[in-house]
Design a protein. Structure first.
Length: 682
């Protein structure tokens, strides 16, 4: 280790000070690579080094003390490997990070250094998405900026990306899982990098604008053809990666990964529709994703559990393509547990296992004693994963609310509730050196897993509701999963939203998805049954058939109650009474909703910003139409699963113990046990 430090000293010695965040792999006792992350402060050759401090098994903090105080430090992030073969280095060049930040502006009236500086300034607002490198390409009045998250090989794959003669320029936030197959169709093209996203530029050359449906992955991209200054922008089928589109008063057209990068400079802007492409030649949006289920016609394909299971396993394994330490967000519910189970089974066969070992890492967060922590721990023990538990308190969550709303860019109540613990967990995960996680979003929308689906009157309405929920995912769970994690430079991949898996699952006769107590079918029975293997079980039975818990509920029921109590203390009755005058669009009807809205408007005050957030009545995450399924629901319009009266085991009307429901009201006795500082069990 001393020789390593000496090497870095010799390489970086000089008049500058450097702060290096380094990740070093070593072999564990089973000859598997194990990642050690630590911070090194390297100073000029005039400074003196001292011995290492604070070494632990999983992480190491190595501090070098100097005689003189530092005036400044330059942060450099890179990754080192103690045992990297030539083939591993080549693999690292082939796969680049999915999670980035893009900003593109076309048709600026002003083409000057001042405009360039402004674009750079706005692009920096996306740096949390890609903190390792930035790129900017200018062509006349067109600008394409990119913030990159470097995973293994920081010397290749920088964006924007180009075709052979650099006449086609593309900036991408995404991962193209079938890029190898697509390259086989482009053998006459010369690729400049190993980036999976480079195929987009060459596909455009080969097929024009009609190539987006060939892509299998999660992506948002903007492409400029300098030969005629035309441009296109597109977003993946479901909207896993975020993208916004805006228009400036000078006639300029803007695209950005997050609203904060364009809201100040655009008069109007909106969330770019998933499954659509914008063409400057055509002058509008066109839907490129046209699966049979999109028309909401009721399908009649019989249920095939083997086909469904194999499709999901394929969706998980293709997302194990990575050169970074990764893990699974494990709540202990059905969806995340299946992701963890399938990933754990296939780890030994994946390329990732060659680099990071065959033991899967899993992560869970909650208040102490929460349902998720207990269930996740049991699943982790069953699968033999290396499990990490994170605890947070109600007060810590409340303290993070403003930062959470700034990053997720919404005031939707259920999204804020669920994003906060996910945001806190992502910070902890990043501190362990993990940059990619698998997550279980999308299953409830596809299979009708939310508890209000128990009251669906017939299969026709059941199916229409699932279709509507999938179409709106980009405004809710996709937004939460992407922005809560990317706020800390972590990438979330969602196997349930695999395009092929969705098409198979949505072609099944919805009669099989409906809740039928007389037949022993609970919510998502067809998914549970597909993985109910007596000979080679994926999960324990009671986990496989555990009742649905929404993430904001599962981290601890007192989390939601604490949020409501805090909002009640911040918002007066008079404020809520006059809410329709202050917020005439999507008027908040509860103090909690009012509180989130006020925070949102502080960061995003324009009318266009508030219009990007959906509204309308909802119970347990339903659409407004589904509220009509049960007359009693109109009295409990809350996104929590506990609002599904007569369905959830802890429904509001059945609660009898209320002494712990109001945690944040100034009472030390009621706060006891919930104000511990966040701790981590590794």
């Amino acid at each position: 280790m001393t020789s390593l430090v000496q090497q870095k000293k010799e390489r970086y010695s000089g008049s500058f000070y450097f702060a290096l965040a380094a990740g070093i792999r070593r072999l564990d006792s089973h000859h598997r690579p194990e990642t050690l992350h630590f911070n090194i402060l390297l100073y000029s050759e005039k400074e003196h080094y001292e011995s290492f401090e604070n070494w632990t098994e999983s992480t190491a903090a190595i501090k070098y003390k100097t005689k003189n105080s530092l005036s400044f430090a330059l942060s450099i992030s890179f990754c080192l490997s103690l045992r990297v073969s030539h083939s591993e280095r080549e693999r690292s060049r082939r796969r680049q990070p999915a999670m980035c930040g893009i900003l593109a502006v076309f048709g600026c009236a002003e083409n000057s250094q001042a405009k360039r500086s402004r674009i750079i300034e706005l692009s920096r607002r996306l740096r949390h998405r890609g903190p390792d490198w930035s790129g900017l390409h200018c062509h006349g009045d067109c600008y394409l900026a990119h913030q990159r998250l470097a995973i293994v090989d920081p010397t290749s794959g920088d964006q924007p990306l180009y075709n052979e003669d650099k006449t086609v320029i593309v900036t991408v936030n995404g991962e193209i899982y079938n890029h190898k197959q697509l390259r086989e169709k482009l053998k006459s093209h010369q690729f400049r990098t190993g980036s999976d996203c480079e195929v987009i530029a060459h596909l455009y050359e080969e097929y024009g604008e009609n190539f987006v449906d060939m892509l299998d992955g999660m992506f948002s991209f903007v492409l400029l053809d300098t030969r005629d200054k035309s441009f296109i922008a597109a977003r993946d089928a479901i909207g896993i990666t975020p993208l916004y589109m805006g228009w400036g008063l000078d006639g300029s057209v803007w695209f950005a990964s997050e609203m904060k990068a364009l809201s100040d400079d655009c008069e109007r802007f909106m969330s770019f529709l998933p499954g659509h492409i914008y063409s400057s030649k055509q002058g509008g949006l066109k839907r490129w994703y046209n699966p049979p289920w999109y028309l909401e016609n009721v399908p009649s394909t019989p249920y095939d559990p083997i086909l469904l299971r194999e499709a999901f396993e394929k969706a998980v394994t293709k997302r194990l393509m990575t050169d970074v330490p990764f893990g699974v967000l494990l709540s202990g519910g059905l969806d995340s547990s299946l992701v963890a189970s399938v990933a754990s089974r296939h780890m030994a066969e994946s390329e990732a296992a060659c680099q990071w070992g065959s033991q899967l890492h899993t992560f869970c967060i909650g208040l102490k004693g929460s349902p998720d922590l207990k269930a996740a721990r049991e699943v982790a023990d069953y699968l033999g994963t290396r499990h990490h538990e994170f605890y947070f308190t109600v007060q810590e969550g409340i303290d993070a609310l403003e930062e959470v709303i700034y990053h997720i860019e919404t005031y939707d109540v259920t999204t804020v509730r669920a994003s906060t613990p996910m945001f806190l967990m992502s910070r902890k995960i990043k501190s362990l050196g993990v940059k990619m996680v698998l997550s279980g979003e999308g299953s409830d929308e596809i299979f009708g897993g939310y508890l209000y689906f128990h009251k669906a009157p017939n299969k026709e309405e059941f199916h229409r509701e699932t279709c509507q929920k999938i179409k709106a995912l980009h405004l809710y769970d996709c937004l939460r999963a992407n922005k809560s994690t990317s706020a800390w430079g972590v990438e979330a991949r969602v196997p349930f939203l695999d395009k092929e898996f969705i098409n198979i699952a949505m072609s099944i006769d919805p009669e099989w998805k409906m809740v039928r107590p007389d037949l022993g079918r609970i919510e998502k029975w067809i998914l549970r049954n597909a993985f109910d293997d007596e000979q080679n079980p994926y999960l324990p039975k009671h986990i496989l058939y555990r009742q649905k818990e929404q993430f904001s509920d599962g981290v601890g029921y007192s989390w939601i109650d604490g949020l409501k109590d805090h909002a009640n203390n911040q918002v007066t009755d008079a404020m809520l009474m006059h809410a329709n005058f202050i917020y005439p669009e999507n008027t908040p009807v509860t103090k909690e909703a009012y509180y989130y809205r006020a925070i949102f408007e502080k960061f995003f005050p324009k009318n266009a910003a508030r219009s990007t957030v959906p509204g309308g009545p909802s119970v347990a995450c339903s659409t407004a139409k589904a509220v009509e399924w049960d007359a009693s629901w109109s009295k409990h319009l809350d996104p929590s699963g506990r609002a599904a009266l007569g369905v959830h085991a802890a429904a509001y009307e059945e609660e009898v113990d209320v002494k712990n429901a109001n945690l944040i009201n100034g009472s030390p006795q009621k706060l006891e046990g919930f104000v511990d500082k966040a701790t981590t069990v590794v």
